[in-house]
Design a protein around this ligand. Structure first.
Ligand SMILES: [Fe+2]
Ligand SMILES: [Fe+2]
Length: 369
């Protein structure tokens, strides 16, 4: 176990800490004097922390690289309202010193139970072909292991170990609810098959052993293309699988991002494909909001959310404040409530986006859906 996690920063402000991190990024930059300093992003399972090394850089610069685990000693303080570590000493750690679970965020849910939930849904399929297909994927030990561990995205949503499975179980539940509202239009088994397969290519698109990053294959092809190949291979193991079904599933896969600019070469063209796209989008955005509120628990307005390209109002915190104020002053007039509402200007300056940030977050969102 690590001695200190990034989520504990507030308790250690202005103290010297000695602890270990994963190096997410490492850049050598020149000071005004021309000497180099190191700008680092360090991580553990609870978050990311900016760090700077100003002195003795020459002694340390080649002693570790990005993606290494490092032991660090430094002073923790706040700079521009954010915690930052001024590093005094750093050394690379051997893998034998490292418990990987300390460094990668993980779903708080029980992965075995999530997998069982998927299995229960699939056991309820009416369609034998679709059931056999999904079971063929689930019975593959390599796929099972990767599906249980992969994140659903690099940063934007469900970016934690077990995130893909967590996302798909949530999506299954949404599909289950939504398709009951359109019983004559939606084939539930087809929709759930699409939900199970729509992001399965992430197991090859991303690496998740040390940090979350794209594989070369993932960078060059993206998860949808990888999924078509995986589908082809598995269908070959399911005798008598109808070719028309294959075409429908291929369309579910390639259209699930819903827009050309998000990487889908076709718009959703049948009801299950349309529903999968919207529910997938809904689940990823709701999780992005939940995670952001968790990172900034006391905030009424959050900082800028890159996935949604806007700062967020924590409506729960906001309503609790209003209700507490109303409780103190029972005869509040509607106008008075309105006067308390937060103006857009009240957002923290760093939360306000620039157009550049918006553009880059659009590009990231296109990749990560
Ligand atoms: Fe998804
Ligand atoms: Fe996707």
């Amino acid at each position: 176990m690590k001695e200190f996690y990034i989520c504990d920063c507030a308790r250690f402000e202005n103290q010297v800490v000695t602890t270990s991190f994963l190096v997410v990024s490492k850049q050598a930059k020149p000071k005004k004097s021309g000497e180099l300093y190191l700008a680092l992003t360090l991580a553990d399972r609870s978050g990311h922390l900016d760090a700077k090394m100003w002195d003795n850089v020459a002694d340390h610069i080649n002693s570790f690289e990005q993606d290494d685990f490092v032991k660090v000693r430094g002073l923790l303080n706040k700079f521009n309202g954010r915690f930052q570590l001024t590093v005094h000493k750093v050394r690379s750690m051997e893998e034998s010193e490292v418990d990987f679970a300390d460094y990668l965020p993980r779903t708080t849910k029980d992965i075995g139970e999530l997998w069982q939930t998927v299995r229960d849904f699939v056991d309820g399929f009416q369609d034998q072909h679709l059931q056999a297909l999904v079971r063929a994927f689930m019975a593959d030990p390599e796929i099972e292991h990767a599906y249980k561990n992969a994140p659903a995205a690099k940063t934007l949503h469900h970016a934690f170990i077990g995130g893909l499975l967590d996302h798909v179980v949530s999506l299954f539940k949404l599909c289950d609810l939504a398709c009951r509202n359109y019983p004559e239009t939606i084939n539930r088994d087809l929709l759930l098959t699409g939900a199970f397969l729509h992001d399965i290519g992430k197991i090859h698109e991303l690496t998740f052993a040390r940090s979350f990053t794209y594989t070369t294959r993932g960078q060059l092809l993206g998860h949808m293309i990888i999924e078509l190949e995986m589908l082809q291979q598995k269908i070959a193991q399911v005798p008598g699988f109808p070719s028309e079904y294959k075409t429908l599933i291929e369309h579910l896969i390639i259209s699930h991002h819903g827009k050309y600019e998000f990487g889908s070469p076709k718009m959703p063209m049948f009801p299950e494909a349309l529903m999968l796209h919207y529910l997938d989008d809904l689940d990823s955005k709701m999780e992005s909001m939940r995670a952001h509120f968790q990172r900034e628990p006391g905030a009424e307005w959050t900082t800028y959310n890159a996935s949604l390209a806007r700062p967020l109002l924590n409506s729960k915190n906001f309503l609790e404040k209003i209700q507490a104020e109303n409780g103190r002053a029972p005869a509040v007039q509607p106008d008075a409530v309105q006067a308390d509402a937060v103006e857009p200007e009240a957002v923290q300056p760093e939360a306000v986006r620039s157009d550049n940030v918006l553009e880059s977050s659009k590009a990231a969102a296109a990749k990560e859906k």
